[in-house]
Design a binder for this molecule. Structure first.
Ligand SMILES: O=P(O)(O)O[C@H]1O[C@H](CO)[C@@H](O)[C@H]1O
Ligand SMILES: [Mn+2]
Ligand SMILES: [Mn+2]
Length: 407
């Protein structure tokens, strides 16, 4: 039975990419800087001491990162008994955003430039916002700037609840984000507003509109809910997910995968919120999965709860939790199954600002007869998509070099 399980640790980079300078990210290193902070005793909130990821280390995380940066991260070394193939990959896509990383990983790099709202304030053209407001019957909006999604709630959440005006904000990514209170504004109203924005953004080539619902009564307890929804553009070509589902296989999305691929190539969608629930759902779907199935999970908390929030201890805690659950997954894999652990970009929690960082991602591949050892530097995330295509005996993808032989 052939199945591929993809664990996408959102934002878990393993060191600055060769082109990081162009992004202002020279020296960024999500994994390395977390490990260093832990070793320094600077990440003891809810956890203690050096970063302990024994299962990821056996899958080759420490080695992959060492090949990326030139040195083992603090607390990692070559004494571990490896069980998998490990590599690190650079990104061909022009952006360091979530859709680019995911699409490229599935064999379709984003070689065109997204549109961006690069002005830090007065970010959106009034020609755009006027149209959105008119269609939604709204008299105005708040925000209109680059912001951290939690900080802007502290600043504008109350005014939003008083005035009923939505909060529009963006970031270094190609995004148009709308934050509204779930009860006072209404979740359906927020989703409708996002659909309008998605249509009106057509000329701007913006990768995603993101609905950011929140609840709570004031700045002290405002919290974003699990009802986030991403309205993504469609990938510019068929990904390996499309190819497998076109060929009669199953592609199971766990978490926000379906949204990220604009629902293309997905045959089953499973919702779950939070690391624990996402891991539980993944295990359950792997148990249910038959031959020629991809089970694909995005673990968004690494990015949205810890990376963007610059919460080093939280990121370390989440990694250690994730690691502690890996044996449950390894125990239910069949001999032929392929497990891939990777990331879509970096989001170094020690880095200035709150944006992603241009980094190599880990490529940890286990099972499917793969020899234990190094896969080296992969020229594109698309090597993973190409490998999956070859594993399932699908037509080759246009991009990427396979590291796995067809079986
Ligand atoms: O600060 P929050 O709202 O989490 O935003 C983050 O999430 C968005 C999507 O990845 C990006 O725009 C990034 O800035
Ligand atoms: Mn991401
Ligand atoms: Mn992000």
């Amino acid at each position: 039975m052939k199945r591929t399980i993809i664990m996408m640790l959102d934002s878990f980079g393993v060191g600055a990419a060769g082109d990081a300078a162009a992004f202002g990210d020279t020296g960024s290193d999500t994994f390395g800087h977390i490990a260093q902070a832990c070793a320094n005793g600077e990440a003891n909130d809810g956890r203690e001491g050096p970063l302990k990821l024994p299962n990821l280390a056996r899958l080759g995380l420490g080695h992959a990162a060492m090949e990326s940066t030139g040195a083992f991260a603090a607390g990692f070394d070559d004494k571990v008994e490896l069980i998998g193939a490990y590599g690190h990959a650079q990104e061909l896509s022009t952006g360091k955003d979530t859709p680019s990383g995911h699409w490229e990983m599935a064999g379709v790099p984003v070689l065109f430039d997204w549109g961006y709202f690069s002005d830090l304030t007065e970010s959106f053209p009034s020609a755009l916002t006027d149209k959105i407001l008119a269609r939604a019957g709204l008299s105005g909006f708040l925000g209109n700037c680059h912001a951290s999604g939690t900080t802007i709630l502290e600043q504008l959440g109350e005014e939003h609840m008083r005035s009923g005006l939505p909060i529009f904000y963006t970031s270094a990514d190609s995004v148009f984000q709308i934050a509204c209170h779930e009860q006072s504004f209404g979740l359906d109203n927020l989703y409708r507003l996002c659909e309008i924005a998605r249509e009106e953004l057509a000329p701007y080539n913006i990768g995603r509109v993101i609905a950011r619902p929140f609840d709570g009564t004031g700045p002290a307890d405002f919290a974003r809910t699990g009802n986030r929804r991403d309205y993504s553009l469609t990938p510019p070509a068929k990904t390996v997910l499309d190819k497998l589902s076109d060929a009669g296989g199953e592609v199971v999305s766990v978490g926000k995968i379906a949204d990220i691929y604009a629902h293309c190539g997905i045959t089953k969608k499973v919702k779950a919120n939070g690391l624990e629930a996402l891991f539980d759902a993944t295990l359950e779907q792997v148990k249910l999965a038959g031959d020629r199935t991809i089970v694909f999970t995005n673990f968004v908390d690494f990015d949205s709860h810890y990376g963007h929030r610059r919460d080093v201890a939280g990121y370390a805690r989440a990694l250690e939790y994730f690691d502690s659950r890996l044996p449950e997954l390894l125990a239910i894999l069949g001999k032929e199954d392929l497990l891939l652990l990777t990331a879509d970009h970096g989001c170094d929690p020690t880095w200035p600002g709150t944006d992603h960082t241009r980094e190599h991602v880990p490529v940890l591949a286990y099972g499917a007869g793969l020899a234990v050892g190094s896969l080296g530097l992969r020229q594109s995330f698309a090597d993973m998509g190409q490998s999956i295509a070859s594993y399932f005996g699908l037509e080759p993808m246009e991009y990427g070099e396979s590291f796995i032989a067809g079986m």
